[in-house]
Design a protein around this ligand. Structure first.
Ligand SMILES: [Fe+2]
Ligand SMILES: [Fe+2]
Length: 294
C-alpha cells in the first residue's frame, strides 16, 4: 500500500532507440530515464537503466543540461546489456561513493540466446559486481519492492497472472544444478510513482514480466486504481498479433491516462496502441520530458 504521494515528478528520456524530430540527441538500442522526484521539499534524482552506450547517454545528458553528479541512485530494471552496459563508466561520471544501485538479486546471472548463435545478453564483464562496487555503487539487490522516497518505489518481482504474456525472447540460463533452462526473467522490475491528483506513473524497462502483469501489480501493490501514465518498452517487437491485441485491449481497460511506449515495443504494437488510445498514445523518443504534479 502506498500512503504518501510525490508532490512532483519529471521524467526525461536520456536514451532510447529513436530521437525527437530535428533533435541533436544520439539514439541507441536501449533505454534510460532520468527521474526527478520531489516529496516534502526533498528532491532525489534517479536514473532508471543506462542504455548500452555511456558515450551516447552522457552526450544526451550534456545537451539536456543534466549533470551526472546530480544522480542520487540508479535502478536497473533487468540484466540486459541494452539497459546495463557501461554502468561502471556512468558511475565514474557520477563520481560518488556508496551510490545506491537497486536491482533484483538475479541480476548478475548468465542470460543467453542460442539463435543465431550462443551469446550472453545480460550484464557484461566490464559491469561486474566488483567493477560497480569499485566505482562507487552500493548494491541493493532485492526481489521486494523498495521505497526510493515516499510515493516512489520499485515494484520488486512481478507476479505473472495473465495467460497471454511471456518473456518475449527465448532466453536461457544455467540453473544451480548446471542444467540449461529457459530464463523466466524473474529480475524484471519497474518503478511506480504515486501522485495525489493524477494517480500512478509506471516506468518500465522492457516489460519482460508482461506490461499487463506490471500494471495490475502496480495497482494492487499501491492500492491506487488510477493510472496517469505508462512509460517504457513493452517488448512486443516479435509478438504475434493475437498477443498484441490482447495486451492492448487489457491496457485499454486498465490505463485511463497516457502511454508512451518505445524501445522494444515494436511497430505493430505501436500501431495497435495508437488505434485504441488515439492521442493518448505516443512513441517514446530520446529528449522527451514528462511532468506530473505541481
Ligand atoms: Fe531492452
Ligand atoms: Fe530486455
Amino acid at each position: 500500500m502506498i500512503t504518501e504521494y510525490l508532490d512532483r515528478i519529471s521524467i526525461t528520456v536520456v536514451a532510447e532507440d529513436s530521437v525527437l524530430y530535428e533533435s541533436p540527441y544520439w539514439g541507441q538500442h536501449g533505454i534510460s530515464l532520468y527521474v526527478q522526484a520531489e516529496h516534502n521539499t526533498v528532491v532525489r534524482n534517479i536514473l532508471i537503466d543506462v542504455g548500452q552506450s555511456p558515450e551516447a547517454l552522457l552526450h544526451n545528458m550534456r545537451l539536456l543540461g543534466i549533470d551526472p553528479a546530480s544522480i542520487d541512485a540508479i535502478v536497473l530494471t533487468h540484466c540486459h546489456y541494452d539497459h546495463t552496459q557501461g554502468l561502471a563508466e556512468v558511475l565514474k561520471a557520477i563520481g560518488k561513493r556508496d551510490l545506491p544501485v537497486i536491482a533484483h538479486p538475479d541480476l548478475f546471472r548468465l542470460d543467453f540466446i542460442v539463435n543465431p548463435y550462443l551469446r550472453h545478453v545480460g550484464v557484461m564483464a566490464g559491469d561486474s559486481r566488483q567493477e560497480l562496487e569499485a566505482n562507487g555503487a552500493c548494491l541493493f539487490l532485492t526481489a521486494d519492492p523498495l521505497q526510493l522516497l515516499p510515493g516512489l518505489t520499485t515494484t520488486g518481482y512481478i507476479p505473472r497472472t495473465t495467460d497471454f504474456e511471456e518473456v518475449g525472447i527465448p532466453l536461457k540460463t544455467i540453473d544451480s544444478e548446471g542444467k540449461v533452462v529457459m530464463d523466466p526473467m524473474n529480475d524484471d522490475i519497474s518503478v511506480i510513482a504515486a501522485l495525489k491528483d493524477e494517480g500512478l506513473v509506471i516506468l518500465s524497462g522492457c516489460s519482460h514480466a508482461g506490461i499487463v502483469n506490471i500494471v495490475k501489480h502496480a495497482k494492487s501493490y499501491s492500492g491506487i486504481d488510477t493510472v496517469a501514465c505508462v512509460i517504457g518498452g513493452l517488448h512486443l517487437v516479435e509478438a504475434p498479433m493475437e498477443r498484441i491485441k490482447k495486451t492492448v485491449d487489457a491496457m485499454h481497460d486498465l490505463v485511463g491516462g497516457t502511454v508512451f511506449a518505445g524501445h522494444c515495443t515494436g511497430f505493430n504494437a505501436q500501431v495497435e496502441l495508437r488505434k485504441q488510445f488515439g492521442d493518448r498514445f505516443k512513441p517514446l523518443q530520446t529528449g522527451q520530458k514528462f511532468v506530473f504534479g505541481k
